[in-house]
Design a protein around this ligand. Structure first.
Ligand code: SAH
Length: 354
């Protein structure tokens, strides 16, 4: 396979171009086209010699993702992109428009092997991990397509980012680097189901990103019923690792908690969750679960969600309820890709397709 230039940092790119007998400043030019000016092909890199553009076009991969589907929510301005990768796989990314900035939710793998019982991404397992370039280009392609700056990135699409540790780290460093989009690390969140050794490793990377832990249950017994990772690491071990992350980075950890009706949404669940969150000064993000047709979990009703939040707040926990977005366009993780794979995309629910 052709070398993927978008996954290279400036040093690696400099090394590669030196091998092609190009002067050192060329690497800066190519890097800037890829990561700052967001070129969509090597051909448009107009200050490179024609000869070099031709060589790059013929022999290298620039990870210029192709938009296979583009859906826009009628309700809330949320947009879903389905991208085709060079090997025929497809991945999805989501653009969320908040009042002050746009946030992109990126996928880190094609599918996922973590097996959470309420999630659509994992139904067919993990096909492969994405390269840093393939993650970066989800952000770049969306910024280019909308013409609007991306102000935040959450690695909360399909896949487990810590199961693709090296490439995700590279992605964060390039995305936040001054020679690229220069996105503040404080505007980047990665969400993990809780791979403890990698959380500990991440704490030492000297990053300022936010870590979100998918907790979803306040006891090991309950968590094991919905998340296979809970059979490998206890909640205690996992939250200790999160506490360590907070100590090392000064960044408060977010605990994500999807409310599954009648399973984890009782008052006693909220009380137990409060104690866990308090110990590590975590923020709690309550997620009204998105219905996945293949799964039999239902969303808790509005009153129950509010009550759950109130119980946490009364105990001094900072708790927000995640706004559901794009429900009319295959809202839940991995659903658009699945409907594409099943060739059952319902065009009549969309206002726009590209
Ligand atoms: N693997 C990572 C990141 C991807 S999932 C993780 O586990 O955190 C991003 C978030 O969406 C996680 O909190 C995940 O548990 C949650 N999620 C998965 N399926 C969902 C669904 N059907 N409804 C609501 N949230 C869901």
């Amino acid at each position: 396979m052709a070398a993927d230039l978008k996954s290279m940092n400036l040093d690696e790119l400099t090394e590669l171009l030196r091998g092609l007998d190009e002067p050192a400043y060329r690497a800066r030019q190519v890097y800037s086209w890829l990561h700052k000016r967001i070129a969509r092909s090597f051909t448009e890199m107009s200050d490179l010699s024609k000869g070099l553009r031709g060589r790059l076009e013929a022999g290298y991969d620039g990870c210029f993702l192709k938009i296979a589907e583009h859906l826009r929510s009628k309700k809330d301005g949320c947009e879903k992109y389905l991208f085709a990768l060079h090997d025929g796989n497809v991945i999805e990314s989501v653009l969320m428009r908040y009042r002050d900035w746009n946030t992109v939710c990126v996928s880190s793998q094609v599918g996922c092997r973590m097996g959470c019982k309420f999630c659509a991404s994992t139904l067919e397992g993990c096909v492969r991990s994405l390269s840093a370039g393939e993650m970066l280009d989800q952000v770049y392609a969306i910024q280019k397509d909308t013409g609007e700056r991306v102000g935040g990135v959450v690695v909360m699409g399909s896949g487990e980012p810590l199961d693709n540790y090296a490439e995700v780290l590279k992605f964060i460093r390039i995305l936040s680097g001054k020679d690229g989009l220069n996105l503040s690390q404080r505007s980047i969140t990665i969400s993990t189901c809780g791979i403890v050794p990698d959380i500990l490793r991440l704490a030492d990377e000297k990053l300022e990103i936010t870590l979100a832990l998918s907790l979803h249950a306040p006891s090991d017994a309950k968590r094991r019923r919905i998340m296979p990772i809970a059979t490998r690491y206890t909640i205690d071990e996992t939250l200790n690792a999160c506490g360590h992350y907070f100590e090392k980075t000064g960044r408060r950890v977010t605990l994500e908690y999807a409310l599954l009706s009648g399973f984890n949404d009782g008052k006693e669940d909220a009380e137990a969750l409060s104690s866990l969150a308090k110990n590590i000064k975590a923020h709690v993000n309550i997620i009204p679960v998105n219905h996945v047709p293949e799964r039999d979990f239902a969303r808790s009703d509005k009153g129950r969600i509010k009550e759950f939040q109130n119980t946490l707040m009364r105990r001094g926990i900072s708790a927000t309820v995640r706004r559901s977005m794009g429900e009319d366009i295959s809202g839940a993780c991995g659903q658009l890709r699945r409907s594409y794979l099943k060739q059952a995309v319902q065009y009549d629910t969309m206002t726009d397709t590209v």
